[in-house]
Design a protein around this ligand. Structure first.
Ligand code: ATP
Ligand code: MG
Ligand code: MG
Length: 553
């Protein structure tokens, strides 16, 4: 990042614009292949594509890179649009499909054949791979390399007419079998695929390879800056080679590369994510443990926390592994400002205030957000019988246990100081009820309330509590970098990544005033969001993240 706060891509774009390249236009594109759901790595890419266009007064296209009919589907197209919108970006009327360019790409291939720049190869893919050579030794020419133009034309037309089997022949660019850049050793331009395409049906039997489609698609759309990830650096000369068949000095798109987003404790490969979904190792693409945008949304991540995280890790020319703690830090910081505080007891035990009248009910007013008092308060009933957390009581506590134990005092948050007077156990020795006396002079805000006690516990009135389900999540994988390990990545899944708690007690106001996607801070516990599995009378919460932040600032 330079003095003006611009990263290296923004600096290059600014320079291109100031030199008046491409008539001073800026047009980027985000080119997802509709063969899976978007993950947070894709967000890094489209935040750059849409963000830089916004920043410099340009435009950004959404282009579905649908050149492989075998893996693509409309379901993915819709999810991709939704996720881009969720992060606040809009392609407006600039929605494109690479499949719309099949005719132009085919025409270009015909022209290149006629000019002696492409040939039909009838070898197997294994033979072609063997002849490629190595970066330090030249490759071997295909025996079909010098077949006459007429023959190439005829075969290519018949390939597309469906006369030949998949894998029986390909169209290759005739470039240089000894080039030090392996991508120049007669790369494949077209292969035969008989699977119908979800948009163009059975019209085409030949489909362009990525390298032959991408730069040209950029050109057809008027894209000026084609921003992608570092693995495409070695493809750039080929991008430029094919684009030159179309472009001139007045307009020519250029490719710029940045480092991928790699996150600890997860995987980013679409193939692997698809496998997790297909094999039911997670509960769908939007499982809250997934690094997909729909998974993060369901987990309770906010768009601004994701953008904040992407902004913090930045864009560089070097691969790195990004720590998930930084993403967690970003969402915690955001939710601290915005989430409504409510009282929820996830592992309840009954507390009975023996000196509190049986039928009395007081209303305690709770701040919705102490970080922002303008958000007001909500009412919470206080009664003789309450739920508190089982972990907040110990019969024989160690020295520094400041929660409740026999003969000790604690404050019930927003209410009274109480003193434990006894307990009752069931036949298994498990604590069933805890007894205490409250001190009527100590209600929060009253003159007697300033007596110091060490612990403050959250609670819910037993008569008013509503039962809910809470899903606690841990890391999806048990190793930091699953992609760097040998063996099957599925063996590295964390077996304890999901814990479901039923019988969770939530305060009545929250039960009546929550809808799917709402964010809450459960006092003393963490941030939670309402899951779409919730139904009338059965609320389900996902834990987004705990309160404690161990990330060094
Ligand atoms: P595949 O190669 O299996 O198709 P992909 O994740 O590259 O998977 P694309 O749909 O081709 O999927 O990706 C769309 C865009 O998102 C590309 O420009 C790609 O470079 C970018 N992208 C993909 N993964 C990441 C990542 N982890 N970090 C940053 N950008 C990414
Ligand atoms: Mg791809
Ligand atoms: Mg890719």
């Amino acid at each position: 990042v330079n003095e003006a706060g611009l990263n290296f891509i923004e600096q290059e774009i600014k320079e291109d614009l100031s030199m008046g390249k491409n008539g001073g236009r800026l047009n980027t594109r985000f080119p997802p292949e509709p063969n899976g759901y978007l993950h947070i790595g894709h967000a890094k890419a489209f935040i750059m594509d849409f963000g830089v266009a916004e920043k410099f007064g340009g435009t950004c296209n959404l282009r579905f890179d649908d050149t492989n009919p075998q893996k693509e589907d409309m379901e993915y197209v819709n999810s991709i649009k939704r996720d881009i919108n969720w992060l606040g970006y809009d392609w407006e009327d600039r929605l494109y499909y690479a499949s719309d360019y099949f005719p132009q790409l085919f025409d270009l291939a015909i022209r290149m054949i006629k000019e002696g720049k492409a040939y039909v190869d009838e070898q197997t893919s294994e033979q072609i791979a063997q002849q490629k050579g190595t970066p330090t030794t030249p490759g071997v020419d295909s025996p079909y390399r010098n077949r006459p133009v007429e023959e190439n034309l005829d075969l290519f037309m018949r390939m597309n007419a469906g006369e030949f089997d998949e894998g029986s022949m390909v169209l290759r660019a005739k470039i240089d079998m000894s080039n030090s850049n392996m991508h120049f050793r007669d790369p494949i331009m077209y292969r035969i695929i008989k699977t119908p395409h979800w948009r163009t049906g059975s019209k085409w039997k030949v489909y362009p390879m990525y390298d032959f489609a991408h730069g040209q698609s950029d050109y057809f759309e008027g894209v000026t800056h084609s921003i992608c990830t570092l693995e495409f650096v070695p493809h750039r000369p080929l991008y430029e080679y094919f684009v030159k068949e179309l472009a001139d000095e007045s307009y020519c798109p250029r490719q710029i590369e940045f480092n991928r987003l790699n996150l600890t404790y997860t995987v980013m490969s679409k193939r692997k994510l698809l496998q997790l979904v297909k094999e039911n190792l997670v509960n769908g693409w939007d499982d809250p443990r997934m690094p997909t945008l729909c998974g993060l949304r369901r987990r309770g991540y906010t768009p601004s926390s994701i953008k904040d995280f992407i902004n913090r890790i930045g864009y560089t020319k070097y691969e790195a592994l990004n720590h998930i703690e930084l993403l967690e830090h970003a969402v915690r910081e955001d939710l601290n400002k915005t989430a409504t505080r409510i009282s929820v007891v996830v592992n309840p035990v009954k507390l009975i205030l023996t000196n509190y009248p049986e039928n009395k009910e007081e209303i305690i007013e709770i701040d919705n957000n102490p970080e922002n008092l303008e958000e007001g308060k909500h009412p919470m009933p206080f009664t003789r019988e309450l739920w508190i957390e089982r972990e907040d009581f110990m019969e024989n506590p160690p020295k520094k246990f400041f929660r409740l134990s026999p003969e000790k005092e604690v404050r019930l948050k927003g209410a009274y100081i109480i003193k434990c007077t006894g307990l009752k156990k069931d036949d298994n020795g498990e604590i069933e009820e805890i007894y205490a006396e409250y001190d009527p002079a100590t209600r929060s805000g009253m003159p007697g309330s300033d007596r110091k006690v060490k612990g403050t516990l959250h609670w819910v009135s037993a008569a008013h509590a509503v039962d809910a389900e809470v899903r606690d999540y841990d890391r999806l994988f048990s190793v930091e970098n699953p992609s760097a390990e040998e063996g099957d990545f599925r063996d590295l899944l964390n077996p304890d990544s999901l814990k479901v708690r039923n019988n969770v007690k939530i305060e009545p106001w929250a039960a009546q005033n929550s809808k799917v996607g709402d964010h809450f801070q459960f006092t003393r516990l963490g941030y939670y969001t309402v899951d779409p599995d919730s139904s009338e009378g059965h609320l389900v919460f996902n834990k987004t993240i705990g309160l404690k932040d161990t990330w060094a600032k």
